[in-house]
Design a protein around this ligand. Structure first.
Ligand code: SF4
Length: 112
């Protein structure tokens, strides 16, 4: 099974309620070869939500507790991002995924 970013499959889960449809990814889901995940929704966020960025490092640094994730209002949302990352990893492991396709330039999906 392949795990893909939900927004790449056309689901409107991005912070601003949009998607980033990639036709090939959508086809994989429709054919039952891939399942979608959205780490931010798994972390407890809803759509729409304020955009956020990693401050002081990359995704690895966030997981190690030496960088943080802050939204555009200055709210530290690190805990929810870490929760989403862990939940995503659990899903990937539970599905015994053979491949993972995540979106670039996202503080959640492109963690690193
Ligand atoms: S967390 Fe990942 S799947 Fe969810 S909207 Fe952002 S890039 Fe897409």
């Amino acid at each position: 099974m392949i795990v893909v970013s939900a927004c790449l499959a056309g689901l409107k889960v991005r912070y601003n309620g949009s998607h980033r449809l990639d036709q090939r990814i959508e086809e994989l889901v429709q054919e039952g070869k891939a399942v979608t995940v959205c780490p931010e929704l798994l972390g407890g966020f809803s759509t729409p939500r304020p955009p956020a960025e990693i401050i002081g490092g990359d995704g690895h640094d966030v997981l190690q507790g030496v960088a943080s994730v802050v939204d555009e209002h200055g709210t530290d949302v690190t805990e929810m991002y870490v929760k989403g990352a862990k939940a995503t990893l659990e899903q990937i492991q539970a599905l015994e995924a053979t491949a993972v396709v995540l979106k670039e330039y996202s503080p959640s999906c492109a963690a690193g």
